[in-house]
Design a protein around this ligand. Structure first.
Ligand code: NAD
Ligand code: ZN
Length: 667
């Protein structure tokens, strides 16, 4: 980057970060997710590194926190309250360790602590008496919030020993208090808090302590400001001493002898943090030995002897470039946001479902908007909200079309539905989606027939419906792009062997409305053959546990259609199996390895999908649960299995690998 360009960007970033910081620190009401702030800050740090003459004493890269609020007495911190350097991945943590060992040598130990997402405070005690409580403020000057802190029950007003000590910790709002506070706020028509951190900060910076008293705040203390004046040599000793004095110290603190142990601790909490009753946003890693800490010293903003590992963000900011419309196999037209690709929770996200037109209106989404996208765990990415603050004036309103983007038929909105539908039964997009569903893993499971191939088959008019798959011609297939002899033969073999599938796969694959894979299995178990099901009336269907009114109606009207009978007749003629081949009822499968057993799946499976594995186990009478406990009988561990595997070993639970599972579940 040219210097001139860099200078402009630096200016822009500082303004942006100051604005974000103002809303976060002063208003306790951030306008962007933390990850957005962190990323822009990293960008600025990089630029100031590359162009050192652009550094400035008032840059957000060297400033801690925000200025103290008016209305509170200002407090000078005797020992500055600094920020922490950040680590965003394993490499950053290893780099931190390397920098530390350059100073301390290899003989170094760390203490790992949960990074509580709250508000830093300092508590001063004289002769064992609580005399002053302050916020961090800008690190040098904070706000005197003693009267509010006195309402926090976990803060001792008098210690068990008459010492002079200044301790630091994080005030936070437990999840339950946060939820009930927001419930109350909504009942009163007030704006809810965005997250527990802001709720805690907002509560502590109330001028009226009665309000803070009602907020059920809590605190964990994580260090003494004046360690060097105490009779301790290590941070761990310091924490222990604080605990003896009556302070609340977080129990999930771990001394680690190697960086590998540190990384294990990080992994463990990355996976398990949702089980806590309060929010954490990372892990703080601190050098234990106080002498080594002194050797390491400080930068302008943070100690060199500690770093904060931040969990991968579940919310990120990106640009909504376009809204794409797709027609599903039931004709529903779904708008999808096309995003500038962005890393969220460890994966690249470039699409997010917008569900329907109403949602676009509700959220006020315009093309070109900066939006917050969220992806938590395995959940499909969603657009959380629009950052209207960041609009530049060239964003455009989105208009939903009135005609099907695939076949041009006028779209209709069925009664009581928000979705728009194309009602044309021969709509190419719908037929194509139906086929993609038919061959999918949960249905007929035909390998080699991915979305791309199906699109090709359609565009070459080799297929127009399900039955055509079984009439594909080898020579025609060979003419398709990227289809060699080998892949064609494999494909034809996969198609041929799918004819032998048990009934439930075919039933699910047909895409009968409201008949998911579970209902399909139930129906197959109950009726045994397609013929029996075709002849079933509503009453017979309703007699089955799990089959309700809606599903029963849908099944009956499905089989009444003439083209359905024609399709089934054709499939029969082509040699598809129409009988159920599995055990007649899970309950009858009493003599399998899985009957009555509780199984947990963990790690990455190579050959099976999680869903396959689960289905196989359930078909043999086993139950699949999410967490390992003393009730678990078998843990199936794939690659990179983490804490669940560890737990299983601890509890002496039988552990299998994927191959064992496959062997035990193959008929
Ligand atoms: N969303 C926004 O607009 C916005 C704006 C400004 C700042 N921020 C967020 O604020 C944070 C940056 O500010 P920061 O300077 O407070 O740094 P930081 O949060 O990265 O780390 C320092 C803080 O960690 C806290 N902490 C929690 N547990 C701790 C423990 N066990 N030991 C030591 N400290 C512990 C302390 O409060 C300490 O001050 C970032 O998370 C940033 O994303 C967000
Ligand atoms: Zn259509």
């Amino acid at each position: 980057m040219e210097r001139k360009q860099a200078e402009e960007r630096v200016q822009q970033l500082r303004e942006l970060l100051d604005k974000y910081g103002y809303y976060y620190y002063v208003k306790d009401n951030p306008i962007v997710p933390d990850a957005e702030y962190d990323e822009r800050l990293q960008e600025l740090i990089q630029l100031e590194n590359d162009f050192p003459d652009l550094q400035a004493p008032d840059s957000p890269t060297v400033r801690v926190g925000g200025a103290p609020l008016e209305g509170f007495r200002k407090v000078q911190h005797r020992i500055p309250m600094l920020s922490l350097g950040n680590a965003f991945n394993e490499q950053d943590v290893r780099d931190f360790d390397r920098r530390v060992r350059q100073v301390t040598g290899d003989n170094v130990e760390y203490v790992c602590e949960l990074k509580i997402d709250g508000l830093a405070v300092s508590l001063s005690y004289e002769d064992g008496l609580f005399v002053l409580g302050a916020t961090r403020g800008d690190g040098t000057t904070g706000e005197d919030i003693t009267h509010n802190l006195k309402t926090v029950r976990a803060i001792p007003l008098r210690l068990d020993e008459a010492v002079d000590i200044e301790v630091r910790g994080e005030v936070f709002m437990p999840e339950r208090s946060f939820l009930s506070l927001n419930e109350d706020k909504e009942k009163n028509g007030e704006e809810p808090f965005a997250n527990p951190r802001n709720a805690a900060a907002g509560s502590l910076r109330q001028l009226d302590p009665k309000i803070a008293a009602k907020r059920n705040l809590d605190i964990f203390l994580y260090g003494a400001g004046n360690d060097d004046e105490l009779d301790v040599n290590t941070h761990a000793e310091s924490l222990e001493f604080m605990e003896q004095l009556g302070f609340k110290v977080n129990p999930e603190t771990k001394k680690c002898r190697t960086i590998e142990e540190v990384l294990e601790f990080v992994d463990y909490w990355t996976e398990n943090r949702n089980g806590l009753s309060y929010e954490i946003d990372g892990i703080v890693i601190k050098v234990d030995d106080l002498g080594q800490r002194e050797d390491l010293g400080f930068t302008a903003k943070s100690p060199r002897w500690a770093t904060a590992y931040k969990f991968p963000a579940e919310e990120k900011v990106t640009t909504l470039e376009d809204i794409i419309l797709s027609v599903g196999r039931t004709g529903v037209v779904t708008p999808t946001a096309k995003l500038t690709p962005v890393q969220v929770a460890g994966t690249t996200v470039q699409r997010a479902s917008l569900h329907n037109e109403d949602l676009i209106r509700e959220k006020g989404i315009r093309l070109g908007d900066q939006i917050v996208v969220k992806k938590a765990g395995d959940i499909i990415p969603e657009v959380v909200r629009v950052l209207t603050e960041l609009r530049e004036g060239n964003e455009r309103e989105f208009e939903m079309p009135t005609e099907c983007p695939s076949c041009g038929t006028e779209l209709v909105r069925l009664e009581e539905e928000v979705a728009l539908r194309c009602m044309n039964p021969n709509c190419p997009a719908q037929l194509q989606e139906a086929l993609i569903h038919f061959v999918s893993r949960g249905a007929m499971n035909i390998d080699g027939l991915g979305e791309k191939v199906i699109q090709q088959l359609f565009s070459h008019q080799l297929v127009s419906g399900i039955e055509d798959i079984y009439k594909l011609d080898r020579d025609e297939l060979l003419e398709l792009e990227r289809m060699g002899e080998k892949s064609v033969d494999n494909l034809l073999r996969a198609i041929e062997s799918s004819k032998e599938n048990s009934l439930e796969r075919l039933l699910f694959g047909l895409g009968i409305r409201f008949v998911g894979s579970k209902a399909a299995r139930t129906l197959a178990e109950e009726f045994g053959t397609m013929e029996a099901l075709e002849q079933a009336d509503k009453e017979q269907l309703l007699a089955i546990y799990d089959i309700g009114e809606k599903v029963a109606d849908s099944i009956v009207s499905y089989f009444e259609q003439e083209n359905v009978s024609a399709l089934l007749g054709e499939l029969r003629r082509l040699g598809l199996n129409m009988e159920y081949k599995g055990p007649r009822k899970a309950a009858q499968a009493t003599d399998t390895v899985f009957s009555g057993k509780t199984v947990v799946l963990t790690g990455k499976l190579q050959e099976l999908t999680r869903k396959d594995a689960k289905e196989r186990i359930e078909a043999l009478g086993g139950k699949v649960t999410g967490s390992v406990s003393s009730n678990t009988d078998i843990v199936v561990a794939g690659e990179e299995a983490g804490s669940k595997l560890e737990k299983a070993r601890e509890l002496d639970v039988t552990v299998w690998d994927e191959q064992q599972l496959i062997e035990q579940t193959n008929e």
